[in-house]
Design a protein around this ligand. Structure first.
Ligand code: PLP
Length: 368
């Protein structure tokens, strides 16, 4: 048996007719950039996120940059975020000229350690960017309470958490702005690059709409120094079709997570935890083990694809040696880099495949 880490082709084949028709409509209309397919997706995605507006952009990284720019964050400002995240969260802060201030991970949630946030706040702090890593939302009630107390903005990095909920309120709706990525492998993935910002603040939405298009609302009249960060019509069309299936796919991910929990029980590994009031969307199913590298190699030899999210922490990346990161230790994040392993996870994963992975893992641990 072969188990790929993810099966994007299978998903496309299951929706081929609908997707092909939606793409053909864009091609026939020549609305290649923005246009009706993007507007339609923006409306439905805003609703999905319980927000008044969604602005489609060309990547999750652009979404974060535009969010920060819209809040006038830049040189001299500090932005607090998680040490345990994908590089784009921190890159976006640096791109604006602001200084990222990293906070170590909580060993249980693996997300930003909320108890440590207040210690990182200074007079220069303008915003907090919690990251809903692997499909689990950060505790936004607690983070918003800290932000309110210190008069800070909260921007959610929800790139890995489309449809995740805390007390039935969706990811993206807790911060003043919520940023999403539609990288193909995400829970809601485009067929190319894509991203969105959601908000219920009409003023900010208007500004971000301009920022994504060279700071203009009216062609050739520029109110801000903006960007070219517009969403393609084809991506809007693809996302519009796929959004209808997102809840179903997220539920399948939860069902697969349950199968994993049962099949892997009793093994010397740490499984992702469930938390009361949180609906996770298992963007990744991440286990922890001290023999991560050996296990990954063993699974690979048995045709099982796995990935490491992430092997090198941001503060140890070559690119960030000179980014002005404060010299603070991040032992929990560093430990995760040595122990985490993402097992195959996508809505189409079969029970028999989960069983095969479990058999191979039992074999691996049994032989040690
Ligand atoms: C947590 C996180 N933030 C930001 C991004 C950036 O998104 P994109 O790749 O669409 O620029 C990603 C995904 O790639 C991500 O996983």
């Amino acid at each position: 048996m072969k188990v790929n880490f993810i099966d994007l082709q299978g998903q496309y084949q299951s929706l081929k007719e609908e997707i092909d028709a939606a793409i053909a409509e864009v091609l026939d209309s020549s609305a290649y950039i923005l246009g009706p397919s993007v507007s339609h997706f923006e409306q439905t995605f805003a609703e999905y996120c319980a927000c008044r507006e969604a602005i489609g952009v060309n990547s999750g990284t652009s979404a974060l940059i535009l969010a920060l720019k819209a809040l006038r964050i830049g040189p001299g400002d500090e932005v607090i975020t998680a040490a345990n995240t994908f590089i784009a969260t921190v890159a976006a802060i640096v791109q604006t000229g602001a200084t990222p201030v990293l906070v170590d991970a909580d060993p249980f949630t693996r997300l930003i350690d909320i108890d440590e946030i207040e210690k990182a706040i200074t007079k220069k702090t303008k915003a907090i960017i919690p990251v809903h890593l692997y499909g689990l939302m950060a505790d936004m009630d607690r983070i918003n309470a800290i932000a309110d107390k210190h008069d800070l903005f909260v921007i959610e990095d929800a790139a890995q958490a489309h449809g995740a909920r805390l007390k039935d309120r969706p990811a993206g709706s807790y911060g003043i702005l919520g940023c999403f990525s539609f990288y193909p492998a995400k829970n809601l993935g485009a067929y190319g690059e894509g991203g969105a910002i959601v908000t219920s603040n009409k003023k900010l939405a208007k500004k971000i709409r301009k920022l994504r298009d060279h700071g203009s609302e009216r062609k050739y009249f520029h109110d801000y120094m903006g960007y070219n960060a517009r969403m393609d019509g084809i991506q809007g069309a693809v996302l519009g079709v796929k959004l209808k299936y997102l809840d179903e796919w997220n539920q399948s991910r939860n069902d697969i997570a349950d199968l994993y929990r049962e099949a892997l029980s009793g093994m010397p590994i740490k499984l992702p935890q469930e938390f009361k009031h949180f609906y996770q969307v298992y963007h990744q199913f991440v286990i922890e083990t001290d023999v991560r590298n050996e296990l990954q190699q063993y699974l690979s030899r048995n045709d099982i694809g796995t990935l490491i999210h992430y092997p090198v922490p941001i503060h140890k990346q070559k690119a960030y040696k000179k980014a002005g990161l404060k010299k603070v230790a991040f032992p929990v994040t560093e430990r995760f880099c040595e122990t985490v392993l993402s097992l195959p996870m996508c809505p189409r994963l079969k029970a028999a495949q989960v069983e095969y992975i479990a058999v191979k893992m039992r074999e691996f641990f049994g032989s040690r």
